[in-house]
Design a protein around this ligand. Structure first.
Ligand code: SF4
Ligand code: F3S
Ligand code: FES
Length: 239
């Protein structure tokens, strides 16, 4: 089938403002949006730029706005978005981060927020003397399972109205990462992470808009995890 692909284009070296490029593309219903973007890049206009790596929903590098919603271009099938009475598909860069070129945004502010919550295991206590790993029960492991699914695609943070209005907000992705370690029974840096999340730029900026949860390609219940962090801060108890 033929579709009209509208891509928001912007080259800061040439353009004073973004503009819509329109491309007619022949696709199969089971093609992904990424396939259509490749068709434009490879066969119609080599100056068009996008970011992607794995093409299979793993690396998190191709989050874009498709028909107004944050998605991974490699996970959305044409048959699920092309309407019978409208063959237009729009693709724009995710919002709230500076556009470097076309669909490529500067991810550095996003990763700075990620780093600010110490997304790594902290434990200075000596490892078990018998040389084994630090063991955990199944229940302990399940407690932070949701956060381990995150692929740092930024679809959540860049769909959050609170982040759009204040880029200082650490954003839902950073909270998910903090949650993953705060609730890990082997970790010892929960207090430092909670201190970051209790600051003005922390979780209290979340207004429970739910956009993040709806945008997450890994179906992580982000708003619920944010609620658990708020609860922990309010009660002082890690449960
Ligand atoms: Fe992407 Fe979901 Fe991780 Fe947010 S929580 S960065 S939407 S995978
Ligand atoms: Fe934003 Fe998600 Fe909260 S969209 S306001 S972080 S529930
Ligand atoms: Fe890796 Fe889409 S290209 S997640």
């Amino acid at each position: 089938m033929k579709i009209k692909l509208k891509i928001k284009r912007f080259n800061p070296e040439k353009d004073s403002k973004p503009w819509w490029g329109e491309y007619e593309v022949d696709v199969e219903p089971t093609d992904r949006v990424l396939d259509a973007l490749h068709q434009v890049k490879w066969f119609q206009d080599g100056t068009f730029n996008l970011r992607r790596s794995c093409a299979h929903g793993v690396c998190g590098s191709d989050a874009v706005r498709i028909n107004g919603q944050n998605k991974l271009a490699c996970k959305v099938l044409m048959q699920d978005i092309v309407k019978k009475d409208d063959d237009t598909v729009t693709v724009e860069p995710i919002l709230g981060l500076k556009v470097i070129k076309d669909l490529i945004v500067d991810m550095e502010p996003f990763f700075a927020h990620y780093r600010s919550v110490m997304p790594f295991f902290v434990n200075d206590e000596p490892a078990p003397a018998d040389g084994r790993e630090r063991l955990q029960s199944i229940v302990d492991r399940e407690r932070y399972d949701q956060g381990t699914k995150c692929i740092l695609c930024a679809a959540c943070t860049t769909s959050c109205p609170s982040f759009w209005s204040n880029e200082e907000y650490v954003g839902p992705a950073a909270v998910v990462q903090a949650h993953r370690f705060i609730f890990d029974s082997r970790d010892r840096a929960a207090a430092e992470r909670l201190e970051v999340l209790n600051q003005q730029r922390g979780v209290w900026r979340c207004r429970t808009a739910f956009n993040c949860t709806n945008a997450c390609p890994r179906e992580i219940p982000i708003t619920q995890l944010i609620g658990e962090i708020k609860q922990t801060l309010a009660t002082g108890e890690i449960k």
